[in-house]
Ligand binder design. Sequence first.
Ligand code: AMP
Length: 212
Amino acid sequence: MNLILLGAPGAGKGTQSAKISEKYNIPAVSTGDMLRAAIKAGTELGASAKSYMDAGKLVPDEVVVGIIKDHLSTEACQNGFILDGFPRTIPQAEALSAMGVKIDVVLSIEVPDEKIIARMSGRRVCSCGASYHVDYIPPKVEGVCDKCGANLYIRDDDCAETVANRLKTYHAQTEPLKDFYSKQGNLITVEGQEEVADTTALVLAALAKVEA
Ligand code: AMP
């Protein structure tokens, strides 16, 4: 199954893509994670992406299209994948289809802006990729990753001003993708719930329906 997860920043795409990845045994591919890894590794790509990310803006299409193209051609993605955070613009979606990649399902997780803002202020992440929330998904030990024991931190772009910009960017540039994929007939929508497990149940039920 080739799947795209859509949704505002903080809607829970990363959390749900990990659940789907586990259930269907297909890799989750996050352009945000790849860009953060490039920043951490100090590459030229990372340096050019950082200023956009810190401002809550999108990294230019040609940059992300290049990384995703390389990644989707790897062996790991040949039996399916979950795209988390790509495409984020209509030109990115067009580039994906020009690569000849067939998308089976586009799942949009809907969460109102007010809730997103509340959620982002409590998000804590780990460099191993794990993500927590101080109220909704607390780690067993405060500030420490359950999976690898490293210290958790707040993402640079989770500060209030950047979150507001990221939401604006989402509505202006990414939300039109719902219409784009709805016209192709493969959009399904799930309302993000208060509890992660409740959203996961809705997501997995929606995907099971598509599979049937
Ligand atoms: P995310 O972890 O998906 O929330 O992404 C964090 C940031 O990385 C975004 O706010 C963008 O600046 C950048 N980014 C991630 N994916 C894309 C994409 N497909 N197109 C452009 N910028 C992206």
